[in-house]
Write a protein that binds this ligand. Structure first.
Ligand code: UDX
Length: 415
């Protein structure tokens, strides 16, 4: 095995959210990093120290790493690297994963470097790494990522586990050595297992959220029930655990929707139906209707202004991809409600009337919906009706309709 912790010259192709964070963390661990992206403007910005991602801790980590990363749009800059990460996007098209960016990137790498080991960090369906090897002859390792936006730097330095899939010991050793500074448990396995672990993990987390959201629906029908208490009681069971049991508006973001779509479609291609994951997707889809119905029950006048607090798909990020808040706003607009929105970091969105502060949003709206769990929404003071779709507020206040609680604010006093 390569000497533990020995430093390397590593290529990172694709400098989106995960790619940039990976490049920064590997550089700060002492490696030399070549970061390649086909987006001219992005590379020019990075060279000028401009990062267009809101992520706590990213700016400081980027400045620290800056001298150890060579940013380029030219694949030829990867010619002296012996390990090259592929972290390009893998969107879905008509529910099916699109692998064109992965294959294009690897084709371009091969023109300048045909001896490097390729490491696929992009989320790809099982069998992809082997296909890449068969097509190109290059060694291919699967090393999926599990980082959460808003906590990306920390998660990359302190991961719960590192999954490495490859068909030979040398490649497994190389990638294990690269991440040995994290001290995380390492699973060495086949490419297919590594690829599956990523999809199964994200599908399981999505299912956990949909499960608790469905129990929340039930709570709304049962006198004196409250999903927060039910989730707390469940989460204390070590086999269940407290995480991803927060009921609310449903999951959004760049991964869960895309990955569950791609995974269920992939399984159907093998004539296997992932019934549980498909049900989780359906439950998530229905969340928006449920919230709109709550508004309709409370107000029958479409001339009112609905103030939506939060647009990002979750707190601590400016990412709006597959945001449930955004979907809620669009649906309300389609239903001819007038919507005003506020987000602490997203200031402009095409087609949405934005206001500059939560105070302004409260003042100029008739009813409010908390759609993203930003910390600053916790201490909202108003007599107006609030639909708390993120379960953030103190339930003893009498102007709240909270997701997952019967009789809304009528909280039972526990003796
Ligand atoms: C996720 C995975 O956690 C990560 O491992 C993977 O690599 C990428 O996808 P991320 O998209 O950053 O990360 O978001 P995450 O924190 O997992 O939240 C996803 C969505 O679920 C958000 O919209 C969040 O608000 C929602 N959520 C999360 C809930 O509604 N309830 C919960 O209990 C947890």
């Amino acid at each position: 095995m390569a000497q533990k912790g020995a430093l390397m010259k590593v290529g990172v192709v694709g400098l989106g959210y995960v790619g940039l964070v990976t490049a920064i963390v590997l550089a700060n661990a002492g490696n030399t990093v070549i970061g390649v992206d086909i987006d001219n403007e992005k590379i020019a910005n990075l060279k000028n120290r401009i990062v267009n991602i809101y992520e706590p801790g990213l700016e400081g980590a980027f400045n620290q790493a800056y001298d150890k990363i060579n940013f380029s749009i030219d694949y030829a800059s990867l010619k002296d690297t012996n390990l090259i990460y592929i972290i390009v996007s893998t969107p879905t098209k008509e529910g099916k994963i699109l692998l064109d960016y992965v294959f294009d990137a690897i084709g371009s790498i091969k023109n300048s470097n045909d001896t490097a080991t390729i490491v696929i960090k992009s989320t790809v369906v099982p069998g992809t790494a082997r296909r890449v090897h068969e097509r190109t002859g290059l060694e291919v390792v699967s090393n999926p990522e599990f980082i959460k936006e808003g906590n990306a730097i920390y998660d990359t330095i302190h991961p719960d586990r590192i999954i490495i899939g490859a068909s030979n010991k040398k490649s497994l050793d190389l990638v294990e050595n690269l991440w040995s500074f994290t001290k995380a448990p390492i699973v060495r396995t086949t490419n297919e297992n590594a690829e599956l672990i990523k999809y199964a993990s994200n599908s399981f987390l999505a299912t956990k959220i949909s499960f608790i959201n469905e129990i929340a629906n039930l709570c709304e029908k049962i006198p004196n029930a409250d999903i927060e208490v039910v989730a707390k009681g469940m989460g204390l069971d070590k086999r269940i655990g407290p995480y991803f049991l927060k009921a609310g508006i449903g999951y959004g973001g760049s991964c869960f929707l895309k990955d569950t779509r791609a995974f269920t479609n992939f399984a159907r291609g093998l004539e296997e139906k992932l019934n549980i994951v498909e049900a989780a997707m359906k439950v998530n889809n229905d969340r928006i209707n449920r919230i709109i119905n709550l508004v309709k029950v409370e107000v029958d006048d479409k001339n009112i202004v609905v103030g939506v607090l939060g647009i990002a798909f979750k707190n601590n990020t400016n990412d709006m991809r597959e945001s449930q808040a955004l979907k809620l706003i669009k649906r309300m607009q389609e239903e001819n409600f007038r919507v005003k929105a506020y987000d602490p970091v997203i200031k402009e969105v095409k087609g949405i009337e934005m206001v500059h502060s939560k105070e302004e949003c409260i003042k100029t709206s008739n009813i409010l919906i908390i759609a993203t769990e930003w910390e600053e929404f916790k201490d909202i003071k108003t007599k107006k009706l609030i639909i708390d779709a993120r379960r953030m507020l103190d339930m003893s206040k009498d102007n709240i309709i909270a997701i997952g609680v019967s009789g809304y604010n009528k909280k039972e006093e526990i003796l």
